[in-house]
Design a protein around this ligand. Structure first.
Ligand code: CIR
Length: 252
């Protein structure tokens, strides 16, 4: 089976991305880091499609938020951040070209893909600024999946900013999400203190992409049997993004 990873290069407008930091973004460096990220995706066995920048959407490189793919369907989302609404539509031709059946979140629903944490076939979906109950209900109905709402802890952008499913019943998560692991019967693997950005690890089978610069997390994940690829994503961290946000992955 082929696995596709859809990505989009950041444009010059990426400097205006939504950010909780005041750090100045270098778009050329962001593009270099994006290239490195795409190489890492290929290294872990994915077939990478990279769309050109869309200057109309400063956050458009964070494709994960704009579409959720499952069961041969692509759900175009509707972000709780107004400047991001419409990003999914820009991906439609590529998704259709890959045979995916398009459905979409309708108002008053809101949903960001970064809130959708899959644990096997069940979606745990962050309820917060970007995603509401109606969005979660539409996700369940339109993708035909079981979905449960999980409040996003204060100060966290998306649910997946704080947790990654490692497979085999293990949830790699920050302390604020330890109760979630217990509630859904998973073993909690704590993210090392000070290395919280690695909670957004992109896990594909036994391989993981994490942001570079976090040695404790890299060692821990290796000890758990994962093959770890650290990638420099500092220009994306400046806009609150990490490894999972930059791609949408599905089996073809
Ligand atoms: C935003 O605030 O929407 C973007 N600057 C960052 C999105 C990161 N996406 C993700 O965690 N899935």
């Amino acid at each position: 089976m082929r696995w596709i990873a859809l990505t989009r290069t950041p444009g010059n407008s990426y400097v205006k991305a939504i950010s909780s930091t005041s750090a100045r973004i270098d778009p050329d460096e962001a593009r270099r880091q994006h290239d490195g990220y795409c190489r890492a995706l290929r290294n872990i066995g994915l077939e990478v499609i990279t769309l050109p920048p869309d200057e109309g959407f400063p956050d458009g490189c964070f494709v994960e938020d704009a579409v959720v793919v499952r069961n041969g369907k692509a759900l175009l989302t509707r972000s709780g951040a107004p400047s991001r609404q419409g990003e999914g539509e820009t991906l439609r031709p590529t998704l259709e070209a890959h045979g995916l059946h398009i459905v979409q979140v309708e108002p008053p629903g809101t949903l960001d893909g970064g809130d959708v944490l899959w644990v096997e076939n069940v979606a745990y979906v962050g309820l917060g600024d970007r995603t509401n109950q109606e969005g979660i209900a539409q996700l369940a109905a339109k993708l035909g999946v079981e979905a449960h709402a999980v409040p996003v802890p204060p100060g966290m952008l998306h649910l997946k900013s704080g947790a990654a499913y490692l497979g085999n019943g293990r949830l790699y998560a920050v302390a604020a999400l330890a109760p979630l692991a217990a509630e859904i019967g998973l073993d909690w693997v704590p993210v090392p203190e000070g290395e919280e950005p690695t909670a957004d690890a992109l896990v594909f089978g036994a391989k993981a992409i994490i942001p570079a610069g976090y040695p404790k997390a890299a060692t821990l994940l290796k000890e758990l049997g994962l093959q770890v690829q650290p990638v420099n994503l500092s220009e994306f961290a400046k806009a609150d993004g990490g490894p999972t946000c930059l791609s949408v992955i599905w089996p073809q």
